[in-house]
Design a protein around this ligand. Structure first.
Ligand code: NAD
Ligand code: WQD
Length: 337
């Protein structure tokens, strides 16, 4: 069985993927600098899987430390989740984002080359599509145009860097996974999304409105050319997304492979609010405000390539994600009292 290194493995998507990998019998080690995750996630992974992954508290910008980790690691593959991801912050601090996301990837590729690790899965994003003529994104579409923020551009640039790397080292296998909008939590309620600081994405904001830390959700615009006037996105349950990584790992092939990981369906902000209210049995305070700069009216994945080549498709629904999110919130509340 392959030995996997997960960078950013204590983070939201990383932790769920580590659980799925351990459940499939993989040995997993994690590097994270804990900038946006907590060390206690390791206890939760152990509770769920019965195994505690080896953990290195390290920054990928620290090339020397990375070298030490690889020297002992003997890894077969790396899944590279680590990165900064707050869109708004990236506009204010572009150098921080370019430095952290690009330099850490360069360090990683360097050390993988040095120690002969030839399989990489990279956490890319639907953001690389920018604005397209159609809301359904297919992997063959042109990327990199009309991306509205530095965060998004780091994802595009890293994709291009990995493509160049594979040209130079043709026996290297890289898979770029373009995630749509991950939501939800593990069904145990032990891990979920728990960003440090002020969240940006819809679901973590909804969670903070639900637990009273934010007064009300501001819905950014209800005058879009969609059925109910609010924006539509492809929200994918994080456990489905995690399983997509296992499928990708088990179908690695030479060169660069690119897959959308999404459901293929779009849901509006109003529908998300209604789904949360149904699952929680409570009203979610919200108000309609101005549009947010850079938002597209509608965007969703065409996930048919992942289905055809990886044998993967989503199984869980928005209602499952809402139920699991509320379970996670309740568990977090219990453990704080
Ligand atoms: P997250 O912030 O929960 O996890 C990222 C982890 O990386 C964190 O634990 C953070 O501490 C760590 N990290 C950041 N910089 C580091 C560095 N220099 N060295 C070591 N560790 C570092 O985010 P997530 O939602 O789990 O996202 C994982 C990946 O998926 C990110 O690359 C993100 O850009 C990408 N992605 C996320 C979404 C989303 O909406 N959540 C969508 C598309 C793509
Ligand atoms: C979803 C919808 C908002 C907050 C971003 C990144 C993208 C990717 C996923 C990483 C939109 C609306 C939101 C709020 C709202 N991340 N909304 N009120 O914009 O699709 O994508 O996260 O790669 O790169 O750009 O996700 O969660 O921010 O917003 O009305 O307080 O919720 O307008 O329609 P988005 P999001």
């Amino acid at each position: 069985m392959k030995k996997i290194l997960a960078t950013g493995g204590t983070g939201y998507i990383g932790s769920h993927t580590v659980v799925e990998l351990i459940n499939r019998g993989y040995e997993v080690e994690i590097i994270d600098n804990l900038f946006n995750s907590k060390i206690t996630v390791l206890n939760q992974i152990e509770k769920i899987t019965g195994k505690r992954p080896k953990f290195f508290e390290a920054d990928l910008l620290d090339a020397e430390k990375l070298d030490e980790i690889f020297q002992q690691g003997n890894y077969d593959a790396v899944i590279h989740f680590a990165g900064l991801k707050a869109v708004g912050e990236s506009v204010e601090k572009p150098i921080l984002y370019y430095h952290n996301n690009l330099d850490s990837t360069l360090n990683l590729l360097d050390v993988m080359g040095k120690y002969g690790v030839k399989e990489l899965i990279f956490s890319s994003s639907a953001t690389v599509y920018g604005e397209q003529d159609t809301p359904a994104c297919v992997e063959t579409m042109k990327t990199g145009g009309a991306i509205t923020n530095p965060y998004g551009r780091t994802k595009y640039f890293i994709e291009e860097i990995i493509k160049d790397y594979v040209v130079a080292y043709p026996d290297f296998n890289a898979t770029l996974l373009r995630y749509f909008n991950p939501i939800g939590a593990h069904e145990s309620g032990l891990i979920g999304e728990d960003p440090n600081g002020i969240p940006n994405n819809l679901m973590p904001i909804i969670m903070r409105v639900a637990d009273g830390r934010i007064e009300k959700l501001q819905v950014y615009g209800d005058d879009y050319p969609t059925e109910d006037g609010t924006c539509r996105r492809d929200y994918i349950h994080v456990v489905d997304l995690a399983k997509g990584h296992v499928a990708a790992l088990e179908h690695m092939k030479p060169g660069v492979s690119i897959y959308n990981l999404g459901t293929g369906k779009a849901t509006s902000v109003k529908e998300m609010i209604a789904a949360f209210e149904k699952a929680s049995g409570r009203e979610l305070p919200h108000e309609f405000t101005a549009r947010r700069a850079g938002d597209l009216a509608e965007m969703y994945a065409d996930p048919s390539k992942a289905k055809a080549e990886l044998g993967w498709q989503t199984e869980l629904t928005i209602d499952d994600a809402m139920r699991d999110t509320i379970n996670y919130l309740n568990k977090a509340k219990e453990s704080n009292v």
